[in-house]
Design a protein around this ligand. Sequence first.
Ligand code: PLP
Length: 422
Amino acid sequence: MNHFELQDGQLFCEGVPLAKIAEAVGSPVYVYSSATLERHYTVLRDALLAAGLKDPLIAFAVKANSNVAVLKTLANLGAGADVVSEGEIRRALAAGVAPERIVFSGVGKTEAEIAFALETGVAEINVESEPELRLIDQVGQRLGKRATVAIRVNPDVEAGGHAKISTGKAENKFGVSFAEAERLYANASNMAGLKPVGVACHIGSQITDLGPMEAAFRKMRGLVERLHAEGLHIERLDLGGGLGVPYFNQPEPPGPEEYARMVGRVTEGLGVQLAFEPGRVIAANAGVLVARVQHIHVRPEGRRFVVLDAAMNDLVRPAMYDAYHDIRPLNPRPGEPVVYDVVGPVCETGDTFTRDRALSPMEAGDLIAFMSAGAYGAAMASEYNSRPLVPEVLVRGDQWAVVRPRPTYAEMLERERPAPWL
Ligand code: PLP
């Protein structure tokens, strides 16, 4: 459920007409609903508690939506943060996330990032390989600290979904095998710069079938039990994120309740704290990208292009993952649907949001919304083609605020310097 609804023929976000925001801020613009963000977080939290989990750590995956106002909205409800860079740690801290609720993942953390994480006191660094384990140990020893680490396991399961967002197969770059995890965990227990506290996995994103997750989680349970049996101290099992969302025409994914019940079943009696790293399931349907139709360009053979002022640099998912986003007019026109290709102005054929989609009739100047764009939307946006970074707006009831303004061209140019010889 989300808070983007038609009211009197106009698309609203909570109590604000989206067109009002687009007129004031210009387009393209991302708009987020506080109520939807809060609802998705609380539904997941309540489902995990109802499934019998004690004190689960829900660390929102900052990569999905890294806007500080969004992070703060979630942090105010008690959310932690799953981060993959120093920049994301800084964002989480700026949003008021307590360091002991921050989990640091990623296959290529630099020495400087590890040092920053240790100085910050993050809850857990998820170790993705043996060389990284050694590096974290060295940094810990140099700083006179013991880094709390979890070993990220690659459970070698096929999660389904798009190959580019599947992370849990042995051929993917993430994590270590179960055998390596056992060995590394035991080694880490004897390393002066490390304090192993748990094991972690994350098998992919936009997962619409609980089967592969359950298979992976059962294997993770086995690992925790083996580590316990070896007399090793283990207090946390991090099950990652990955739960899919309905992108309109796709298979309906399992809901948080079903997911939580499965987790409760698989981990019953294990006696460790569970951590989760959800991104998409919280943020995707809490945001839209609003764009304006520049032209309707009709080719002689009949193909109709809707040329927008939004492009692949603003929302790259269709170009990168062939992702589907529902497209809704802000003020729907009456009439039979028309088949369009919806494209952006960037000089790449890949700058195509959809082809042959039947949509309500459109005219130049109309505003449309790409639905379910709150995750991996603005966070992946760039200035490609020297297009100003897309702004972001947060709505709460009938209030709204620009939470990242569109940079001016002067600001964009100011960041660059001529080389001395030019
Ligand atoms: N945790 C890790 C380590 C990830 O790589 C990702 C994204 O791929 C996530 C969490 C969030 O995944 P999702 O947005 O599908 O919940």
